[in-house]
Design a protein around this ligand. Structure first.
Ligand SMILES: [Zn+2]
Length: 132
């Protein structure tokens, strides 16, 4: 049993803000901004690839509901969403970050250093797999 499964089962306390049939949403204890939540499925998977479509749609629906709330609660003009999967999934249980963005809040993506190719060859490599 993982920490997030315990939260989903109400066996571990969390500051829950929303619950649906297949999801539970609670405050991130290390927020990027006030109101930062984690939406988790009530099913232990570590990658979106293992999540049934019904869960994915429900998570996106909850995200939109939260983002709408940010507009009035924080007067937020924007938002951020993040998700890491597989070996980059902390806790080993899929979770979707949603947080309000405030003007000049200082949040930034940190990219790995080094050159990265952006070219027709890169696009073609992916296109070939997606359409092949
Ligand atoms: Zn779990």
């Amino acid at each position: 049993m993982c920490l997030f499964c315990d939260i989903a089962d109400h066996n571990k306390k969390a500051l829950i803000v929303d619950e649906t049939k297949n999801t539970i949403t609670f405050l991130d204890i290390n927020p990027a901004n006030e109101g930062h939540v984690l939406i988790i499925p009530k099913r232990h998977v570590d990658t979106i690839l293992d999540l049934p479509d019904e869960y994915v749609l429900e998570i996106i629906g909850v995200s939109r509901k939260i983002i709408r709330a940010y507009e009035t609660v924080y007067n937020a003009k924007g938002y951020g969403v993040m998700q890491n999967g597989g070996e980059n999934c902390e806790f080993g249980h899929f979770h979707f970050h949603v947080f309000p963005r405030l003007s000049n809040d200082g949040f930034d993506w940190i990219y790995p250093k080094g050159e990265k190719e952006v070219s027709e060859q890169v696009a073609q490599k992916l296109r070939a797999k997606l359409n092949g």
